[in-house]
Design a protein around this ligand. Structure first.
Ligand SMILES: C=C1C[C@]23C[C@@]1(O)CC[C@H]2[C@@]12CCC[C@@](C)(C(=O)O1)[C@H]2[C@@H]3C(=O)O
Ligand SMILES: O=C(O)CCC(=O)C(=O)O
Ligand SMILES: [Fe+2]
Length: 371
């Protein structure tokens, strides 16, 4: 019997969701939410104010899109896309669905709480268990049908919300497929090299989760953390951050760089599984979300991965005598379990050989050099 993604956390349950409180009732930052540099694994003071180093923006209708994508993945691990074909109406609909969800009373939201060993439902981000301080955010993860949870949240009109999610996932899946081919194509990989992509290259058996993140306005944003620095355990992530800034990526030699919201654009992150697939050529990007004093912020992440139990390993075309495979084969299912156990050391725990110079290896987030 094949392992299912929803079983990935069975051996590492987290028990955080019941401590949830109503952010709107907090007019001062409680100590439990006040972060110092010691509480974070990556230095916070390295914020970059220079505008000279900015996240690439790629117009998907540009004839150079393949080359630009390759360059962005290699040098940044993140880029924004325009002309992606996702209707603005759908982005507006999912944004208002998210707003409607998070503005429900806490007791109502808790009816759809994520179980300690589950994937789907309402709660703190899974990675919260690795930190002493709480994050100034709440999340809702959708994996598979959201109907049971949505019936709890909106007994009258859950159907309407289910339809929006279904439509959004359908569109995201198609876009994720297009982006995969751009990223793979830029590495010289073609459809024949990826058996699981299917005969039409549509990645039929792929799995994905949808994560709605809510960051309420915060009385002391400089001392709070929306979502602590992490890489995504995905092949790629498609993020809609609407019009409020908050997403930052860690850039070698520069520090934290804000990804500015652009009307209608989507942010694409390279995830850990693509890092493995590309044998470290396209490194996954460390990112975090900061909060602000006046505006509530919502983001929607489509976390795209391979079939749950398919073994992912460095592509054979990218390995050879002078490029040994850097990572052992691992399934998404197993990788999520590894992440739940080792968090920021998950990728290096899958690594086969030590980097030549471990101090300057850009592909190993445990030795990232900044400043
Ligand atoms: C498939 C998944 C990736 C994710 C854990 C999850 O089961 C669903 C939520 C995802 C998310 C979103 C916020 C950041 C993150 C690190 C977390 O705690 O939950 C990611 C997880 C991940 O990419 O490892
Ligand atoms: O809210 C954001 O901008 C980032 C969200 C994120 O990193 C995630 O959901 O994995
Ligand atoms: Fe993320």
């Amino acid at each position: 019997m094949h392992a299912r993604l929803s079983d990935a956390f069975k051996s590492h349950p987290v028990n955080l969701q019941l401590k949830h409180q109503d952010f709107n009732s907090l007019h001062e930052l409680p100590d439990s939410y006040a972060w110092t540099n010691n509480d974070d694994l990556y230095p916070s003071f390295l914020t970059s104010f220079g505008a000279d180093d900015s996240v690439p923006v790629i117009d998907l209708s540009d004839t150079n899109a393949l080359k630009l994508t390759g360059h962005a993945c290699k040098t940044w691990g993140v880029f924004q896309v325009t002309n992606h074909g996702i209707p603005q109406k759908l982005l507006d609909d999912i944004e208002s669905a998210g707003k409607s969800l998070f503005s429900l009373p806490v007791q109502q939201k808790l009816k759809a709480a994520r179980s300690p060993d589950g994937i789907s439902g309402y709660g703190f981000a899974r990675i919260s268990s690795f930190f002493k301080k709480l994050m100034w955010s709440e999340g809702f993860t959708i994996f598979g049908s959201p109907v049971d949870h949505f019936r709890q949240l909106w007994p009258q009109d859950y159907d309407k919300f289910c339809n929006i999610i279904e439509e959004y996932e359908k569109e995201m899946k198609m876009l994720a497929g297009r982006l995969m081919w751009l990223m793979l194509g830029s590495l010289g990989i073609s459809m024949e090299d990826i058996k699981w992509a299917g005969s039409k290259g549509e990645f039929k058996g792929a799995s994905a989760a949808l994560q709605l993140n809510s960051y309420p306005a915060c009385p002391e944003p400089d001392r709070a953390m929306g979502l602590a620095a992490h890489t995504d355990s995905t092949l790629l992530t498609i993020l809609y951050q609407s019009n409020t800034s908050g997403l930052q990526v860690l850039r070698e030699g520069t520090g934290w760089v804000t990804v500015p919201p652009m009307p209608g654009a989507l942010v694409i992150n390279v995830g850990d599984l693509f890092h493995i697939l590309s044998n470290g050529l396209y490194p996954s990007v460390l990112h975090r979300a900061v909060v602000n004093r006046t505006q509530h912020r919502l983001s929607i992440a489509y976390l795209f991965g391979p079939p749950a139990s398919l073994q992912i390993s460095p592509l054979s075309k990218l390995v050879g005598p002078s490029h040994p495979p850097l990572y052992r084969p691992i399934s998404w299912n197993e990788y999520l379990g590894t992440k739940a156990k080792h968090f920021n050391k998950a990728l290096s725990s899958v690594r086969l050989c030590a980097p030549l110079n471990s101090l300057v290896d850009v592909n190993d987030h445990n030795s990232v050099k900044v400043g």
